[in-house]
Write a protein that binds this ligand. Structure first.
Ligand SMILES: C[S@@+](CC[C@H](N)C(=O)[O-])C[C@H]1O[C@@H](n2cnc3c(N)ncnc32)[C@H](O)[C@@H]1O
Length: 229
């Protein structure tokens, strides 16, 4: 049956379109089960929630904890921000409703700038969703602060990956430079990185099979130059 985002589509102001929401839910769902096949599921961290459109989708995608960080009405300093009058009051109201409706301790909304809580929010993560101000330096800092917490099998999602500062931040951040094997797939305006351990080089595996045909793949098989003649 074709999936629809009807369960989590909001009439609230927000940026993600339907297709993006469906994709985020699919990716996060897969990441939650890959990172914690047994319960409890690892947390999902959202940075930049605005009026909670993505937050609701994330609550649908995991039976576990969602942490949403956004300065909300403290973000007046952002002059280009197109917040219509009253949206922040609506946001607070909406978040409170989400907590009450889905909550039971499953949603924590932190009314903070990301930078204020880099050291405070440190759980192991199934998913990290970054959709903040899309400028280069903050984006790099946000990735480097939180991407290392995403466990193998988890996922990192960027919105507006088609914007140059967002794509460059991913290209340049320390996290990715240390993990060249990770690639970022695009879908609509999303960038999606599935976190996986470094693959073993094919040549190394072939060498091990030649040197140790019976024990190929066993943990005792060492590199070729360590095998006795
Ligand atoms: C594009 S909106 C998020 C939209 C939401 N994900 C959606 O799809 O509806 C960006 C949000 O990032 C927040 N933001 C901007 N700078 C931030 C920062 N440094 N830390 C956390 N949130 C930030 C803004 O307050 C704003 O609500």
């Amino acid at each position: 049956m074709a999936k629809k985002s009807a369960d989590y589509k909001l009439s609230d102001p927000g940026w993600m379109n339907d297709a993006e929401l469906v994709r985020i839910v699919d990716e996060v769902r897969a990441a939650v089960s890959a990172t914690a096949p047994a319960s409890p599921p690892l947390a999902v961290l959202e940075v930049g929630c605005y009026a909670g459109r993505t937050t609701r989708a994330l609550l649908t995608a995991t039976p576990g904890l969602v942490i949403s960080i956004d300065p909300l009405d403290r973000n007046r300093a952002m002059p280009r921000w197109p917040a219509p009058d009253g949206v922040w009051i609506e946001t607070r109201r909406h978040m409170e409703a989400l907590i009450a409706e889905r909550g039971g301790g499953r949603l924590i909304v932190m009314p903070c700038f990301a930078e204020e809580v880099f050291d405070l929010v440190r759980p192991p993560l199934a998913a990290l969703v970054i959709d903040t101000e899309h400028s280069y330096e903050p984006q790099v800092r946000q990735i480097d602060a939180w991407a290392p917490l995403v466990r193998d099998g988890g996922v990192i999602v960027f919105d507006d990956f088609d914007m140059e500062p967002v794509a460059s931040a991913w290209r340049d951040c320390e996290y990715r430079r240390a993990r060249q094997w990770l690639t970022c797939e695009t879908f609509e305006s999303l960038g999606i990185v599935r976190v996986a351990p470094q693959p073993r080089p094919v040549a190394q595996e072939a060498e091990q099979r030649i040197c140790n045909p019976e024990g190929a793949g066993s943990s005792l098989a060492g590199p070729i130059n360590e095998v006795s003649p």
